[in-house]
Design a protein around this ligand. Structure first.
Ligand SMILES: Cc1cc2nc3c(=O)[nH]c(=O)nc-3n(C[C@H](O)[C@H](O)[C@H](O)COP(=O)(O)OP(=O)(O)OC[C@H]3O[C@@H](n4cnc5c(N)ncnc54)[C@H](O)[C@@H]3O)c2cc1C
Length: 410
C-alpha cells in the first residue's frame, strides 16, 4: 500500500473545515487544510459580520476542544428566546432557568469565531495550512486520494491522503469533482443581515418574529448591539439594500415593533440567497462531504453551522476510532460516519424546511393555526421542552465531544 503524505486533507478552511482541523489536531493525524481565501481578506466568505447563534451543544463541543476560553470573550449568552408573530397575539418564551442551564446558547459574529479558529490552525504543529490555495482536481483509488491544489503565484502541487473531506461550502466545487449530486430548492428569499444598536438593552434575549415577508431575527451581540437576520422575498431585496441607515432603521422598526425601543444605528448590510440543498449521498471512495457542502439550510432556526459542527464532532470521533487501527479513509469508516450522523442531518433539514413553510406563509388559516400553536407552546411545558432541546442542539444523540469527553489520541 502506498504511504500518502497526509492522513486527511480538508478542502475549505471556513467555519466547518477549520473546526474539523482543530478537532483532529490532538489525534496525531497528519492533516492539511486547503483554504481559498485568507481569513484576513475582506471577501472571506465564511468569516464575515453574520451573527451566528451557537447552540449550547456547540458551545460544549468547543469547550471540550479547549477552544471556548478563546471564543468566550466575543460571545453573548442567550438567556431568553422570544418568538412572536407580527400583528397577531401568539407569543412563546423559552427561559434558561427553566432548563437549569446558564444559557440557551451564545451569539458571536462569524468573523470573531474565524479569528480564533485561524489562530488555532496556525499554532498546531500537525496541521499544514495552505492558504490562499484552491482544490482544483481530485482523483481517488482504493489506496489513496490525490488532490491537486493551485496556490497563488506558486503553480500547482499534488497532495496525497487517505481521506479527503470537502467542507468548501454550499457551492462546493469539490462535491462536483467527486460527482456527488444535490437536491436543491430555491426559497426565492434572501437573508438581509446588519448589526444594529437599539435604545433599550437586549437583556440577552434572542427575538424571532414572523412577518409577511418571512422571519426576522434579532440576536443579542456584545456592546449592546443586536444581529439582524431579516428574510426578504427576493424581489424586495434590492430595495432593502438600497435604503440609507435611517430608512433601514425605520422599516425595521415597523416590522419588529418597540420591544427594544428605537433602532438608533445600523451597520453594513449584506444579502444571502436562501435555499435548501442536500447531497444525495455524502461519501465517495476515500472522500466525504460535510457542513454546508452537504446541507445548506435556511437560517430561520439558526441550525446550519450547529449541524455542521455536529458533523465535525461525529466525524472526529469516528476517525479517532479508526486511527488506532490504521486506515482513516477505509469504506467502513465513512459508512460509520453516515450511519451515525445521517439521521441528524435529515431531521434537522426537514425541521428547518417545515418551519420555513409554516412561518413564511400569510395564508390566514395557517397564520391562525401557527398562533394557536405558539399559544399552546406557551402553556404546555412538554412542548416547550422539545423546542428548547432542538434550540439548544441537544435533540440528536450527543457525540463524545458534545458530552465533554475528549477524543483518545493514537
Ligand atoms: C444570514 C445567515 C445567518 C446564519 N445564522 C446562523 C446561525 O445563527 N446559526 C448557525 O448555526 N448557522 C447559521 N448560518 C449558517 C452558517 O453560516 C453556515 O452553516 C456555515 O457558514 C457553513 O460553514 P462551512 O464551513 O460549511 O461553509 P462556508 O462558510 O461556505 O465555508 C466554505 C469555505 O471553503 C472555501 N472554499 C471554497 N471553495 C474552495 C476550494 N475549491 N478550495 C479551497 N477552499 C475553498 C471558502 O473560501 C470558505 O472559506 C447562517 C447563514 C446565513 C446565510
Amino acid at each position: 500500500m502506498t504511504v500518502p503524505e497526509y492522513d486527511v486533507v480538508i478542502a475549505g478552511g471556513g467555519m466547518v473545515g477549520a473546526s474539523l482541523a482543530c478537532a483532529l489536531a490532538p489525534l496525531g493525524l497528519r492533516v492539511a487544510v486547503v483554504e481559498a481565501v485568507s481569513a484576513q481578506a475582506a471577501q472571506q466568505p465564511s468569516f464575515d459580520d453574520r451573527g451566528i447563534a451557537l447552540s449550547l451543544g456547540s458551545q460544549r463541543i468547543f469547550a471540550t476542544l479547549g477552544l471556548w476560553p478563546a471564543l468566550a470573550p466575543a460571545a453573548t449568552a442567550i438567556k431568553t428566546i422570544h418568538v412572536s408573530d407580527r400583528g397577531r397575539f401568539g407569543v412563546t418564551r423559552l427561559q434558561h432557568q427553566d432548563y437549569a442551564v446558564a444559557a440557551l446558547g451564545y451569539v458571536m459574529t462569524s468573523r470573531d469565531m474565524g479569528a480564533v479558529l485561524q489562530q488555532q490552525l496556525t499554532r498546531q504543529a500537525g496541521i499544514a495550512l495552505l492558504c490562499p490555495a484552491r482544490v482544483v482536481a481530485v482523483t481517488t483509488d482504493s489506496d489513496l486520494v490525490r488532490v491537486s491544489v493551485a496556490q497563488d503565484g506558486d503553480g500547482q502541487r499534488q497532495l496525497t491522503a487517505r481521506l479527503l473531506v470537502a467542507a468548501d461550502g454550499g457551492d462546493s466545487r469539490v462535491r462536483a469533482m467527486l460527482g456527488i449530486s444535490v437536491r436543491e430548492q430555491d426559497y426565492l428569499q434572501d437573508a438581509v443581515i446588519a448589526n444594529v444598536s437599539t435604545s433599550r438593552r437586549h437583556q440577552q434575549t434572542a427575538y424571532e418574529r414572523f412577518t409577511a415577508s418571512g422571519p426576522l431575527a434579532l440576536l443579542p451581540l456584545s456592546q449592546g448591539r443586536s444581529a439582524v437576520v431579516w428574510t426578504r422575498r427576493r424581489e424586495q431585496t434590492p430595495a432593502t439594500l438600497a435604503l440609507d441607515d435611517a430608512a433601514f432603521c425605520a422599516q425595521l422598526q415597523e416590522q419588529f415593533g418597540w420591544r427594544l425601543g428605537a433602532f438608533t444605528r445600523a451597520g453594513r448590510r449584506a444579502a444571502y440567497p436562501l435555499r435548501l440543498l442536500r447531497v444525495s449521498e455524502p461519501q465517495r471512495q476515500r472522500a466525504l462531504v460535510i457542513g454546508n457542502a452537504a446541507h445548506s439550510l435556511h437560517p430561520i432556526a439558526g441550525q446550519g453551522f450547529n449541524l455542521g459542527l455536529r458533523d465535525v464532532a461525529v466525524l472526529a470521533e469516528v476517525l479517532a476510532e479508526a486511527a488506532a487501527g490504521g486506515d482513516v479513509g477505509a469504506p467502513a469508516v465513512l459508512a460509520r460516519f453516515v450511519e451515525r450522523q445521517g439521521r441528524d442531518q435529515r431531521q434537522t433539514a426537514l425541521l428547518t424546511d417545515g418551519l420555513v413553510r409554516i412561518f413564511s406563509n400569510d395564508f390566514l388559516p395557517l397564520a391562525l393555526a401557527r398562533n394557536a400553536g405558539m399559544l399552546a407552546l406557551e402553556l404546555l411545558p412538554a412542548g416547550r421542552r422539545l423546542l428548547a432541546q432542538q434550540a439548544m442542539g441537544l435533540a440528536a444523540p450527543v457525540s463524545r465531544l458534545g458530552r465533554g469527553l475528549p477524543l483518545e489520541s493514537r
